[in-house]
Design a protein around this ligand. Structure first.
Ligand SMILES: Nc1ncnc2c1ncn2[C@@H]1O[C@H](COP(=O)(O)OP(=O)(O)O)[C@@H](O)[C@H]1O
Ligand SMILES: [Mg+2]
Length: 292
């Protein structure tokens, strides 16, 4: 279990990227959902012990990350948001090289591990191709292979689906889903569906603060009976917003559909709406904006 306790991070320029973040993360898929600038990558780097937080504590299975980062690193797999330049070496050679760095010294065992991982992430057929020629989806799958080296028990993947087309994204999420439920997997994303498709627990982060956390189903149930929907004309939106808490608007077949959070029906033409994780997310963001 990963315990994050009152973690704050302030960059030298004064930006408070994390503000007293407290989370308990059990084995399984955990989704960290938040918009750009929320602090996701900062939190991921702190968990990966690449960045020392300004204050607070991090513990993984009882080991303190701040005093014993090496012990965390030995058990960690990390796929950063920006993996950097992809070299003109083959996936096989690169993974083999990274396996050596990870401490897999025995050539026979290393070869078995590298081959197993290339197969697991579905890159076996293209293992001899240069990484520089890989598509976005293939790169991200290679990123997972390197994160899985050495059988980590804590895996951190930072916005892995950004920029993938829908087919690549599905394939990638399937791969993550197969990692297993004995491992803590933390997935950060700004895409609600990544989390609702995959994660048994979620936290919503914005402005460096945790706005909501729990099981997606529980968070959705908190909205029961408080969500209302109606198609509206374009010029109805602004008046509606002044009187009601509009949490989202979307276009559907040329009309604007609004979702409103209210204890009672906001008007005669509104229908009750059974919520989704997207409603939880947008209502949390709307409430945080109003409070700011
Ligand atoms: N190295 C840095 N120096 C100063 N500010 C930073 C740095 N990295 C990130 N920030 C700021 O911290 C906030 C959180 O950034 P980040 O953790 O990258 O969020 P996210 O990954 O959710 O987009 C943003 O306001 C960002 O501009
Ligand atoms: Mg980021």
């Amino acid at each position: 279990m990963l315990e994050i306790d009152e973690l704050s991070h302030v960059y030298p320029n004064g930006v408070r990227a994390l503000d007293r973040v407290t989370l308990s993360i059990k084995p399984g898929m955990f989704g960290l959902l938040g918009p750009n600038g929320a602090g996701k990558s900062t939190l991921m780097r702190c968990i990966a012990t690449l960045q020392t937080p300004t204050s607070g504590a991090l513990r993984f299975d009882g080991v303190e990350a701040l005093t014993d980062p090496q012990a965390i690193r030995r058990r960690l797999g990390y796929l950063p948001q920006d993996f950097g330049v992809y070299p003109r070496v083959s996936a096989y050679d690169m993974l083999d090289h990274m396996a050596i760095l990870k401490g897999l010294a025995d050539p026979k065992a290393r070869r078995a591990e590298v081959e197993r991982l290339l197969d697991q992430v579905n890159l076996w057929a293209v293992r001899k191709k240069a990484l520089s020629g890989y598509s976005g989806g293939m790169r991200q799958r290679f990123g997972v292979a390197q994160a899985l080296l050495g059988q980590p028990s804590l895996i951190v993947v930072d916005e892995p689906t950004a920029g993938l087309d829908p087919e690549e994204r599905n394939r990638f999420l399937d791969l993550l889903a197969g990692i297993g439920d004995k491992v803590v997997v933390i997935l950060s994303t700004h895409i609600v569906e990544d989390v609702s498709d995959l994660c048994s627990a979620v936290a919503i982060l914005a402005g460096g603060r945790i706005l909501r956390q729990g099981a997606p189903g529980e968070l959705v149930r908190e909205l029961d009976g408080r969500l209302w929907t109606r198609p509206i004309a374009r010029d109805e939106l602004e008046p509606l917003k002044t009187h009601h808490q509009v949490i989202s608007t979307r276009l559907s077949a040329g009309r604007t559909i609004v979702h409103v959070l209210a204890e009672d029906a906001p008007g005669p033409d509104f229908a009750p709406h059974s919520g989704s994780l997207a409603d939880v997310y947008f209502s949390a963001l709307a409430q945080a904006r109003r409070a700011a």
